[in-house]
Write a protein that binds this ligand. Sequence first.
Ligand code: AMP
Ligand code: ZN
Ligand code: FE
Ligand code: FE
Length: 281
Amino acid sequence: MAVDLHSHSTASDGSERPSTLVERAAELGLGTLALTDHDTLEGIEEARKAADHLDLELISGAELSLDHVGGMHLVVLWLEPGPGPLQDRLGSLQNGRNLRNAEIVDLLADLGMPLTTDEIAAESGSGSVGRPHIAAVMMRKGYVQSIAEAFELWLAAGRPAYASRPRLSPEEAISLALESDGVPVLAHPHTLGINRAAEMADLLTRLRGAGLVGLEAMCAGYRRHERDGYADLARRFGLVPSGGSDYHGSYKPELELGVGYGDLEVPDSVVEELRTHRGAG
Ligand code: AMP
Ligand code: ZN
Ligand code: FE
Ligand code: FE
């Protein structure tokens, strides 16, 4: 059965409730779905309740933004809600987000695009607030035509309304993930912005040494040779090739659960292989 090991719900910057996401995943024929909201496990309980009635395995998880030039995301699979070494850090990461979001609001006001924190809160609901929510408010107010444009012109790193926030170092995040019985997977490696072989090799050696388990090779938007290339790269560095759609609902239009832009396929065997690393930290 099909598998998707990277997705977002309204608990962070996805547009569908956790229960809706799970129900749709089952309708689409997925056998396994990982819910990996940014810096939060708040969607897991609802998702799990929905999955209990369906023939679908829900893997709890979260996605963390790490301290690395150019950006780095870590998907932590089988991270269970409740107290724990990594779980206990999520609150302060969200607090850092809120302070960063206030900075972005100030920068946008300076740029003649006023919006309020109430408008952003109305967009985001109760979950972890991210730049896609700010982008959606900007679009609604007519400042930009699309969420992608909001990032390209204003919100992406290096653009005028970008503000950074405190992040865990890769080593710290990986070790907290392992201590919490989670399985750490380096997400969408093309966004690392690494073009030099030696730099990629150094990074993967370093992260593997820190306990990294997987590397996403099957990402939406990768062509077949890219998926194969990243899968081979993962294997050469002792990592399990993982993958998922990084589904966000209407915040990333045209991207579908499971199949990504239509041709994504993550095999069941990946789940079984990653599972063997559970609790091995
Ligand atoms: P944040 O967690 O607030 O830093 O925002 C990160 C989120 O913004 C991730 O979910 C990304 O998918 C999304 N994002 C980053 N860059 C872009 C972009 N250029 N276009 C659309 N969404 C983006
Ligand atoms: Zn997101
Ligand atoms: Fe990501
Ligand atoms: Fe993601």
